[in-house]
Design a protein around this ligand. Structure first.
Ligand SMILES: Cc1cc2nc3c(=O)[nH]c(=O)nc-3n(C[C@H](O)[C@H](O)[C@H](O)COP(=O)(O)OP(=O)(O)OC[C@H]3O[C@@H](n4cnc5c(N)ncnc54)[C@H](O)[C@@H]3O)c2cc1C
Ligand code: SF4
Length: 496
């Protein structure tokens, strides 16, 4: 039996490896020619694969590591060497991938057996048994997962009497707070050589220098340990905060390792819970982190699975505007956007609130085609894969689909002002809506609500927002519309 490991199957002991005679790994490059991926994204995948190959060989596996333009070319070579081979693969989460790979294998005379993906705790069968119809509520799923996995429970109830400490996860740090340290995994020779090859081979977007992501199981375990020891205590309270000059705050930075299979969600959750049991991290941090990993990450994977291909088709709000050049070039006076875009450019990373309430919020209010934004997230982030980027961008980020959200996550500049120190250092005035110098989020926010009134007013949870819309006079609307139109022109000209 040959086990086929994909580029995001990098754990040295995935359960699929049990009893394997041979391991096939395909380093195909054609996907990387289709988009201007971040060099650090290509770096984590290709360097991660090359390190995984070497570790597997050291552990005694025979590894056929095939470098080719496409999977098809690599499989031609594989089946020439091993006619009629049986391949076993963990079922890939991206829509249609399993069927495409099976076709590639069977058309070359082989067979493909699909097994469960151990990068997730909840299997498709378990989720489908839990889900009642097509209504998916994260909070229900999360509580079910906590009980199913026995995490932070006191009998059948949550420890501390509450399932959710969301309310305690919205603090902003005091002025004298400095974020805890972040770990760096400086490239070794193999990673450096891979990054240089990426640079010479592909058209990329983003900085290569400064690469410090884990690409081996050992480094990923160290990153988990570092997070739990240094940043987990502050993770909960400051989860939604943003600070000038700080890209990581107390976030875990573990998504790329989880999505590459270098870390397992179960061990990550256990490490956080054990810190709480040792009294080294407060419940609001540990519960908040568990909610993200055991709740949101697993939930997104299944919502995606259950709602594709519709999830990624069309747009509830029919938006067609192009993504403004500032997302590509990073040139803007808007402090919050300038910070968030440069974090992505420099590291292939921005934390959740920057992704949601700055990068997606602005694009949503501006009226960007959500599919172009999804592409941008897909090539720009080290942790991006279709199964996770698509539901986050198209569902949570832009409300292109209402598959699992009942209203868009949008806000005026007020939210950024409350959760960050950006507005104090920004040339725009967060308290003004119209007039030269008014914060662009403000006019665009009202213009967005007005433009999509027909669809949004009736969505149930927008009542409060529309009660404010109803209070504005015609002359206020004229000024808002004019300001929004002017802002869009300036954004397209790269002058915002
Ligand atoms: C517009 C948008 C795009 C996003 N794109 C991606 C993406 O391409 N890949 C990705 O893994 N996550 C994505 N997320 C979810 C989340 O923002 C990232 O997982 C997180 O910011 C990664 O940083 P971290 O590891 O420091 O996470 P932390 O803030 O420390 O959170 C801990 C872990 O929880 C998990 N998690 C938290 N929220 C989510 C979520 N909504 N969906 C899935 N997992 C979650 C991740 O595994 C993360 O590592 C996106 C969110 C938004 C709003
Ligand atoms: S004033 Fe507006 S543009 Fe400037 S940082 Fe605040 S929210 Fe962002």
């Amino acid at each position: 039996m040959t086990v086929w490991l994909l580029g995001d199957h990098l754990h040295p002991s995935h359960h699929v490896l049990d009893g394997a005679d041979r391991v096939l790994m395909v380093e195909a490059t054609d996907f990387a020619d289709r988009r201007p991926y971040h060099p650090q994204k290509l770096g984590v995948v290709f360097a991660g694969m090359r390190h995984a190959r070497d570790r597997l060989r050291e552990a005694g596996y025979t590894v056929d590591y095939r470098r080719a333009d496409s999977f098809g070319d690599a499989l031609d070579a594989h089946f020439d060497a091993h006619p009629g081979d049986d391949l076993t693969l963990m079922r890939p989460p991206s829509h249609g991938a399993a069927a495409r790979l099976r076709e590639l294998v069977t058309s070359r005379g082989g067979t493909l057996t699909l097994v469960d993906d151990d990068r997730f705790r909840c299997s498709p069968e378990a989720f489908d048994e839990w889900a009642d119809g097509d209504e998916f509520r994260h909070e229900d799923f999360y509580r079910w997962m906590r009980r199913r996995e026995g995490v932070l429970l006191d009998g059948d109830d949550p420890v501390g009497g509450r399932w959710n400490y969301d309310e305690e996860n919205r603090e902003t740090p005091p002025k004298d707070w400095s974020p805890p340290p972040t770990p760096r995994y400086d490239p070794d020779d193999l990673t450096r050589e891979t990054l240089e090859w990426v640079d010479s081979e592909f058209d990329t977007w983003g900085e290569r220098e400064g690469f410090a992501w884990p690409v081996t199981r050992a480094d990923a375990l160290d990153a988990l340990d570092h997070f739990v020891s240094h940043r987990l205590p502050a993770f909960g309270p400051y989860q939604d905060a943003m600070l000038g000059g700080e890209w990581a705050l107390a976030h875990s930075l573990l998504a790329s390792s989880l999505n590459l299979g270098l870390l397992r969600p179960g061990e990550v959750v256990d490490a956080a819970v054990e810190a709480w049991e040792r009294d080294e991290a407060p419940i609001e941090s540990v519960e908040g982190f568990v909610r993200q990993v055991l709740g949101w990450r697993e939930f997104m994977r299944h919502v995606y699975r259950r709602t594709m291909p519709e999830l990624a088709e069309g747009d509830l709000l029919d938006r067609e505007r192009a993504l403004p050049p500032l997302y590509y070039e990073g040139e803007t006076e808007m402090r919050c956007l300038d910070e968030a875009v440069s974090h992505v450019y420099e590291r292939g990373y921005a934390h959740h609130i920057e992704r949601l309430m700055v990068l997606s919020n602005f694009a949503t209010l501006y009226g960007v085609d959500p599919h172009e934004l999804n592409e941008w997230f897909h090539f720009g982030f080290v942790d991006a894969y279709h199964w996770v980027t698509a539901p986050n961008v198209l569902g949570m980020g832009t409300f292109a689909t209402d598959a699992f959200t009942s209203k868009p996550y949008v806000s005026s500049g007020n939210y950024v002002d409350r959760m960050s120190d950006h507005c104090a250092d920004c040339p725009y005035d967060v308290d003004a809506t119209t007039g030269e110098g008014a914060c662009p989020f403000n006019a665009l926010y009202w213009d967005f609500l007005k433009e999509h009134e027909e669809t949004l007013r009736g969505t149930g949870r927008m009542g409060l927002m529309y009660s404010h819309v109803d209070r504005k006079s015609e002359s206020e609307w004229d000024a808002i519309r004019e300001r929004a139109a002017r802002l869009r022109e300036r954004a397209m000209a790269g002058e915002l």
